[in-house]
Design a protein around this ligand. Structure first.
Ligand SMILES: NC(=O)c1ccc[n+]([C@@H]2O[C@H](COP(=O)([O-])OP(=O)(O)OC[C@H]3O[C@@H](n4cnc5c(N)ncnc54)[C@H](O)[C@@H]3O)[C@@H](O)[C@H]2O)c1
Length: 496
C-alpha cells in the first residue's frame, strides 16, 4: 500500500458535504447499493450501458424500499432522487463517492476503472464491489490507482450490513481508511483488511461451504434440498449470533475451544479430508439447477427475495434488540436457549417486538449533582413512546390525517440508579397489554447492562376533534395484535 505516491496529500471529502453518490453498473449489486444510498439520503447517479437499466433498477427499488423503510432509512430520504446517465463524465459530476458494480470480468473492470478514474476528480474515492479480484490486478490501467479500493458487499447490499474493504498495492492507506470510514458512516459493518486475499474473508468461507455442497451433489451424497435444509435448520440458526469460531468454542462444552481442539482433534480431520472442488461439468450444473427448481416449487424469484428480506429484517431487529438489552453474551444465550413463548407469540406466527430506543445523555440533561436530572428520564421515556407510536402506525402522518393520537393518562417511574454525562441509554419497551382503545406499556432503561430506571404507562387513543376515547383503526389494531406482549415482573409494584 502506498501513501507516498502523491506529492501533495489528497484531501477526500467530508462525509457531511457529500450529497451525491455514483453507481457504475446497476444490476443486482449496483442496484442494491443505489437503493441503500438513496435510503441514506443521497442523490444517486447511475451509469449502466444496459438499455433497460432504469426499468430494472426501478423494479429493484420497489422490492428494496419497504425493507429499507423498516431498517436503514434516514429522515428525508427520497426514493425518486436517482437518474440514469449515458455519459460517464456527467454521472460523476458533483459526486462524493463512486461504487463500481459492473460484471465480474477482469479486463472489463480494468478498462472501466481506468475510464472512471479518468473522468473523476482525484479527490474522489472509487470503490469496487468485486467478489474476488484484487485491486492490485484491477488497477493496472488507472492513472490514479491510489484512490481505488475494494468495497465488497453482500447480496442484497441494501440489507446485509457487511462490507469488506481492502486496497491494492498502489492504493493509498488514506483512501482505504476513508472508504472504510465512509461505509461505517452510512451504517455498514466494515471489515478493513490489511492484506489482499482472493475472495476476501466471507466469500472464502461461503465458497468453501458451497464447494463441499457441490461436491456432495456430484457424488450423489445429498440433494440440493437436503443441503439447504442442513444449514437453515441446523448451524445456520446459530450463525446470526455466533460465527464459526465461537460456535465451535461452545461445542467444546465447559472446556471451550481448547477442549474442542485437543479432544476432537484427530476425529476432526475426517470431515476435512475431501475438501476438493468438483469439476463443474454440464451434468453437475444441470443437477444443481434442477435441484433448485424442485426446492423452489411454486415460488418465483421475487417470492424468494421477499421471503429472504422479511427474514433478514426480523433477524436484524432481533439481534440489535438482544445486543442492546443484554449485550452480546445474553444475545448468545437467548439464541441458544429458547424461552417459553408468550400466549401472543403462540397466537401469531408473525409476532413482532417493539423497537429499542437508543440515545446518549447530553450535557444539558445533567443536574447540580452531576447526574441526569429526573425530568430527563421522563423525556427519554417520552421519546421511547414516540418511537413505539411510530412503530405501531400512530405516527405524524396518522395523527395529522386521523386527528387522533395516544394520550398518556397515568405513569409510574422508578429511578433506580444514577446516570452520568455521555452514557449510552437503551430503553427497552414492552407491551404489557392492549385494549381496543388503550395500551399498557412498560419500559426498562439501561446503561450497558445496568438497569437505571423503569416506567409504566397507561395510554388512551383519543379523537382530538371530539376529545373522546376511541377504538384504534383496524390496521393499527392488527399491528398491536401482532406485537409480542410481555409483563416485566416489576410492573404494578408499589412505591417503596
Ligand atoms: N451477485 C452477488 O451476489 C454479488 C455479491 C457481491 C459482489 N458482487 C460483485 O458485484 C459486481 C456486479 O455483480 P452483479 O451480481 O450485480 O452482476 P449483474 O450482472 O446483476 O449486474 C451487472 C451490471 O453491470 C452492467 N454493465 C455491463 N457492462 C458494464 C460496463 N462496462 N460498465 C458498467 N456497467 C456495466 C450490466 O448492464 C448490469 O446492470 C461483480 O463484480 C460481482 O462480483 C456480486
Amino acid at each position: 500500500m502506498n501513501d507516498s505516491l502523491t506529492d501533495t496529500p489528497v484531501v477526500y471529502p467530508d462525509f457531511d458535504s457529500i450529497t451525491t453518490v455514483t453507481c457504475v453498473g446497476a444490476g443486482t449489486i449496483g442496484g442494491g447499493w443505489a437503493a441503500y444510498f438513496l435510503a441514506q439520503g443521497f442523490r444517486v447517479k447511475i451509469w449502466d450501458p444496459a438499455p433497460d437499466a432504469g426499468e430494472k433498477f426501478s423494479r429493484l427499488l420497489d422490492a428494496a424500499w419497504p425493507a429499507l423503510e423498516e431498517l436503514d432509512m434516514v429522515a428525508g430520504a427520497d426514493r425518486t432522487a436517482w437518474s440514469v446517465h449515458t455519459d460517464l463524465a456527467e454521472a460523476v459530476t458533483g459526486t462524493g463517492f463512486v461504487q463500481e458494480s459492473a460484471p465480474e470480468d477482469l479486463d472489463l473492470k480494468r478498462r472501466l476503472l481506468s475510464q472512471v478514474d479518468a473522468v473523476c476528480d482525484p479527490g474522489i474515492v472509487i470503490g469496487s464491489s468485486t467478489s474476488g479480484y484484487s485491486m492490485t490486478e484491477m488497477a493496472t490501467e488507472a492513472a490514479h490507482p491510489e484512490r481505488l479500493v475494494v468495497g465488497h458487499p453482500f447480496n442484497p447490499p441494501y440489507l446485509i450490513p457487511l462490507v469488506e474493504v481492502v486496497g491494492g498495492q498502489e492504493s493509498s492507506a488514506s483512501a482505504v481508511d476513508w472508504a472504510a470510514d465512509f461505509y461505517a458512516h452510512i451504517g455498514k459493518s466494515v471489515i478493513r483488511m490489511d492484506r489482499e486475499v482472493p475472495g476476501f474473508i466471507a466469500n472464502r468461507l461461503q465458497e468453501a461451504l458451497w464447494r463441499e455442497a457441490l461436491y456432495m451433489v456430484e457424488q450423489g451424497e445429498a440433494t440440493v434440498e437436503q443441503l439447504d435444509r442442513s444449514i437453515t435448520d441446523g448451524p445456520g440458526l446459530r450463525w446470526p449470533f455466533q460465527g464459526p469460531m465461537l460456535t465451535f468454542h461452545l461445542a467444546g462444552g465447559e472446556g471451550g475451544m481448547a477442549h474442542m481442539l485437543d479432544h476432537f482433534g484427530p476425529s476432526l480431520k475426517s470431515p476435512w479430508t475431501r475438501l476438493t472442488a468438483p469439476e463443474l461439468t454440464q451434468t453437475l450444473r444441470d443437477d444443481v439447477v434442477a435441484g433448485c427448481d424442485v426446492e423452489s416449487g411454486e415460488r418465483t424469484i421475487p417470492d424468494l427475495v421477499r421471503h429472504r428480506d422479511a427474514g433478514i429484517i426480523a433477524l436484524r431487529k432481533l439481534t440489535a434488540e438482544l445486543a442492546a438489552t443484554h449485550g452480546a453474551d445474553a444475545a448468545a444465550t437467548a439464541a441458544a436457549v429458547p424461552t417459553e413463548p408468550t400466549p401472543s407469540e403462540v397466537a401469531s406466527d408473525r409476532a413482532e417486538s417493539l423497537p429499542v430506543y437508543l440515545t446518549e445523555v447530553s450535557e444539558d440533561w445533567i443536574d447540580y449533582n452531576g447526574h441526569m436530572s429526573e425530568a430527563f428520564y421522563v423525556l427519554v421515556f417520552g421519546f421511547a413512546t414516540d418511537q413505539v407510536m411510530d412503530h405501531l402506525g400512530l405516527d405524524a402522518d396518522y395523527r395529522n390525517s386521523a386527528k387522533a393520537s395516544l394520550y398518556t393518562v397515568e405513569s409510574h417511574i422508578r429511578y433506580l440508579d444514577e446516570v452520568a454525562l455521555g452514557s449510552q441509554l437503551s430503553v427497552v419497551p414492552s407491551l404489557v397489554s392492549a385494549g381496543e382503545k388503550k395500551l399498557h406499556l412498560a419500559y426498562e432503561m439501561y446503561v450497558d447492562e445496568r438497569l437505571v430506571a423503569t416506567e409504566e404507562i397507561m395510554a388512551l387513543h383519543v379523537d382530538q376533534s371530539t376529545d373522546a376515547v376511541v377504538a384504534f383503526p383496524a390496521a393499527i389494531a392488527e399491528r398491536i395484535a401482532r406485537t409480542i406482549t410481555h409483563r416485566p415482573e416489576w410492573v404494578g409494584r408499589a412505591i417503596g
